[in-house]
Ligand binder design. Sequence first.
Ligand code: 8X3
Length: 252
Amino acid sequence: MDNIVLITGASSGFGEECARVFAKQGSYRLILASRRLDLLDKLASELRPMCDVHISELDVSSTTSVDKFLTDLPEKYRDIDIFINSAGLALGLDPTQNSNFEDWNVMIQTNVMGMLRLTHAILPRMVERNKGHIVSLGSTAGNWPYPGGNVYGATKSFIQSFARGLKSDLLGTNVRITNIDPGLSKTNFSLTRFKGDAVRADSLYENKKPLLAEDVASIICWVCSLPSHVNINNIEVMPVCQAFAGLSVSSS
Ligand code: 8X3
């Protein structure tokens, strides 16, 4: 029986490319979920020649939406084997003292509470079946603070820390947990962060060779394809053109 993979945030970025990479393996059934049903519909038409695909509207920042998504899951997609938590976003790059509080709320509701809502719903059945794998998307921003990263970085630190907590709790079961921390990646991440300002978003990638969504998706697919006794705890991945910033000192 093909493994069932749930991908949230599947209409763009890492989630969309994960859908493509997993579909190509020919041994998975996919549940693709995101707020954009029209984009999922298009993606599903592309992938259905390769594998079974169920699509569903899902806003991970809403408990009502998560509940409806789970209730509406068709019988043959209920035993989720792999959960890839790709839904997440950054909003704004202003210093904390100038930040928009509602942006913080959206990031926390999506990045933190979204992961928790779905994990709380899905994990008990994985443990019951003694089979499963949760892949969370952290970020280098959770490891290496940068100006304006404040709440976004903190949500990603939460994800990393929660993944390690899960690993502790899952000892004695065959359920796996992996956190992936990508660095600079060319997706619609910056366009969302800068609220549609394409010039500002594109300037981040100018004359650089960032990671592509497919680079990260291949890593996720590899992690999930390892023998069932192997658990990759964490992977931090950057493009060659990226490194750590030094400590900063102000003259004032
Ligand atoms: C994305 C990495 O450095 O753009 O999570 O925040 S960064």
